[in-house]
Design a protein. Structure first.
Length: 122
């Protein structure tokens, strides 16, 4: 939804934004690349979105939402499913060791967004 298709966006270009010289979507590249992997793992855009001060995690922390409900919420918003019992137990164990709930939830969401399930299914 960019007003100018020449607007420089590294993330969009890395994930196959076509040059818009033709109207066919067939020019969009769907080949995975190292640039895509690096942008997901350490790119600023994803990190800013996860840590957004008015985002989902900030609102859950502000509302003092219990950790088990936060895990469910983050699974639903990222993978569109509830966690398995094993996944939920592992997540809660890891979250319990963190010094800050906000930071642990951000790390957890970042982890979900970097799973194969998210990247290849969503």
């Amino acid at each position: 939804m960019l007003p100018d298709s020449n607007f420089p966006k590294e993330f969009l270009d890395a994930f196959g934004r076509p040059r818009r010289v033709v109207t066919c979507e067939c020019k969009r590249s769907d080949t995975p690349s190292m640039t895509q992997a690096l942008l997901m793992i350490s790119g600023g855009l994803l990190n800013r979105k996860v840590a957004y001060s008015n985002g989902r995690i900030a609102k859950l922390v502000k509302a003092n939402t219990p950790a088990d409900q936060v895990v469910d919420e983050l699974f639903l918003c990222s993978l569109s499913r509830m966690p398995t019992t094993e996944e939920k137990q592992a997540a809660l164990a890891e979250i319990a060791t963190a010094s800050s709930p906000q930071e642990s939830y951000e790390d957890f969401l970042w982890t979900l967004l970097n799973t194969r399930e998210f990247q290849f299914n969503h």
